[in-house]
Ligand binder design. Structure first.
Ligand code: PGA
Length: 264
């Protein structure tokens, strides 16, 4: 896992946006896996800026979001579909029919989840999956105890997640109790994962996910099994990492390594 520590949330967001933008330029018809929550908001702002000022083109890009609250309509202000429209889709030239978010009102949830998985497969698979991390260690809504081989399905939210997300709702009682979420296994099939985290509140769980054991109690730790993960985190979120100096050393040595490879 490559671990990049940036000084603050703004720098984290810009660095993350560069990874996404480079992929979109290199492979204009790429498949992006997208995340919601407070963490990726700055990255989306930067991508919108790149679209407006640098002509970053999303017209051939396909997107799949990680999850959606069960019971919320797409036009509900706290639905993840609404979040994506507000924060990204309405401000770039992605084709609406190429954007996918699980349907929080699906009648037959199992069937919907199977179809979501099939659509990901048929699109050629996710090239780059953006991920936040919950304070309980979840990626998407894969709460502690989720199988590391899990697929898209309905999931019961933990009390911790409900409390964390209550800040977006008028009261805690309004936070949905269930979600439809890609599984850990689904996420691990992405060609590359980009894990983002900022703030001191994420320091403990980031240390567990990156340097702790692989365990379904911290589903983000499953990323240790993936061959291409880049974690872009800010100083606060990196606070409890024991091997932080080494991660920085690796970044410092990258140029030298590339120079040596070029010569060879
Ligand atoms: P946050 O949520 O970005 O709002 O902290 C992350 C998550 O729950 O995955």
């Amino acid at each position: 896992m490559r671990v990049i520590v940036e000084c603050d949330n703004g720098a984290m967001s810009k660095r993350a946006a560069v990874f996404v933008a480079n992929l979109v330029r290199r492979k204009p018809d790429c498949v992006l896996g997208l995340a919601t929550g407070g963490t990726p908001v700055g990255m989306y702002q930067e991508l919108v800026r790149m679209h407006n000022e640098e002509g970053l083109c999303f017209s051939e890009v396909t997107t799949f979001n990680l999850d959606e609250y069960y019971g919320l309509a797409p036009d509900h202000k706290e639905s993840y579909r609404y979040f994506m429209q507000q924060n990204l889709f309405d401000h770039i030239n992605v084709k609406p029919e190429k954007t996918h978010v699980p349907d929080g009102l699906a009648d037959d949830v199992d069937d919907h989840c199977e179809k979501y998985e099939r659509m990901i497969d048929e699109s050629g698979g996710i090239d780059l999956q953006v991920l936040g991390i919950g304070s309980d260690g979840h990626i998407a809504f894969n709460e502690p105890g989720s199988s590391l081989g899990s697929r898209t399905r309905a999931k019961t939210l933990t009390q911790e997640t409900i409390q964390d997300n209550a800040r977006f709702f008028e009261s805690q009682g309004e936070v949905p109790r269930f979600a439809i979420t890609m599984g850990v296994g689904t996420i691990l099939e992405s060609r590359r994962c980009l894990l983002l985290a900022n703030g001191i509140k994420k320091a403990k769980v980031i240390a567990e996910a990156i340097e702790g054991s692989v365990t379904m109690q911290v589903t983000a730790s499953a990323l240790q099994m993936h061959k291409d993960v880049i974690a872009v985190i800010d100083e606060d979120a990196a606070f409890l990492l024991e091997r932080r100096d080494y991660y920085q050393h690796v970044e410092d040595m990258t140029e030298e390594w590339e120079r040596m490879c070029d010569k060879g």
